[in-house]
Design a protein around this ligand. Structure first.
Ligand code: NAD
Length: 336
């Protein structure tokens, strides 16, 4: 936590009541920043910020509105924009137009307002979805316009690509310090459940195991591999990349240690003390066969930061998340 960098800085967190915001905002407060959060609450909750409510100014507003963007970016030193529709694969693959247009509006408008108001630093939160399905793995920070973005997240991926491009041009044309990060699969216990089709893979699997689904039908072959990074580590890394002042060079937020979905299901079942019959449904999409980050750039920039939360600890935390969200899991009959 670099208090020298963040201490006294005025930081606007767009979408700060959401999942990643619930980790980032308290970390910024702890580092001494003067934080304002703007959030429309379309997928976030002020409860997420309860531990720091006294120290944070909260504005409920929609960042698609240029007038709002002008007001909230005024007087800020840094804008970290997490506002977006970032739902799971099931929603994303059926709503490419919505994911493209919505995500462009609530990212380009704050960027332009920040420029007009002379904000020095701006964070573009992109995604690993900018990479094509056949990208090499572990994936280095490829040029964002290599091939098509990840097919199941195509509309979302294009929005992220254009947002990155705008940030790069604004850095070049106006001298703004625009930092771009590409998170892979952050997860954690502050996840807010809305519905099955919007859920991300980790909470969706934890819920289904603890709901007692048996047989447990898992989308795809189970051989698809992912890197999971606890969100508190992801946001600490994002802060470090902003501190480093990286401009016009995207940085992956993720590592190369991946697990297969079958292994993850096994770990969740073990931690939860469940043993359902697991069926892999290959008629359903599974996304890229392997998705993990080449973390060479991240490691160099963050002084070889080592994630604090292991996957097992994170899964244990997700069991607590289930109980807080849905109550005590139903009892199940004898394991197979
Ligand atoms: N969670 C992931 O797996 C993941 C992976 C890669 C990148 N990202 C990116 O990280 C960022 C944060 O994602 P998240 O998982 O915290 O999502 P989230 O949905 O939990 O948080 C987004 C927040 O933005 C708010 N918001 C949405 N539209 C808004 C608008 N028009 N004006 C103001 N506020 C608005 C929502 O209410 C919510 O609180 C997004 O840019 C997302 O694309 C997330």
């Amino acid at each position: 936590m670099n208090k020298e960098f963040w201490g006294g800085r005025r930081v606007l967190v767009g979408g700060g009541c959401g999942f990643l915001g619930s980790y980032l905002t308290p970390q910024l407060v702890e580092a001494g920043a003067r934080v304002t959060v703007v959030d429309s609450l379309e997928n976030g909750s002020p409860d997420n910020l309860r531990p720091v409510a006294e120290q944070v100014e909260f504005v409920r507003a929609d960042l698609r509105d240029p007038g709002v963007c002008d007001r909230v970016t005024w007087g800020q030193d840094v804008v970290m924009n997490l506002a977006a529709r970032a739902y799971g694969m099931d929603y994303s693959r059926a709503h490419h137009g919505d994911m493209l247009v919505y995500n462009l509006l609530c990212t380009l408008n704050p960027l332009e307002a920040a420029r007009r108001n002379g904000v020095e630093r701006f964070l573009v939160v992109s995604s690993s979805c900018v990479y094509p399905d056949d990208a090499p793995t572990p994936t280095p920070e490829l040029d964002a316009f290599t091939g098509l973005p990840e097919r199941v997240n195509e509309g979302y991926g294009w929005a992220k690509r254009v947002q990155e491009l705008a940030g790069e041009y604004y850095a070049r044309d106006y001298g703004m310090k625009v930092t771009t990060v590409r998170p892979f699969n952050p997860y954690g216990g502050n996840y807010r459940w809305t519905s099955e089709d919007r859920a991300h893979v980790m909470p969706a699997l934890v819920k289904r195991v603890l709901d007692g689904e048996d047989p447990l039908v898992v989308w795809g072959s189970g051989r698809q591999r992912r890197n999971f990074l606890h969100a508190s580590d992801a946001t600490r890394l994002i802060m470090k990349v902003v501190e480093a002042g990286v401009v016009a060079t995207p940085v992956n937020i993720g590592y190369d240690d991946d697990v297969s979905i079958a292994e993850l299901v096994g770990l969740i079942c073990e931690v939860a003390g469940r043993a359902p019959a697991v069926v892999f449904d290959t008629s359903k999409p599974e996304g890229r066969s392997r998705k993990c980050a080449d973390a060479t750039r991240l490691r160099a920039l963050t002084g070889e930061y080592r994630p604090r939360v292991s996957l097992r600890e994170g899964v244990e935390e997700m069991i607590g998340w289930y109980e807080r969200t849905f109550g005590r899991p139903p009892r199940v009959s004898q394991p197979h």
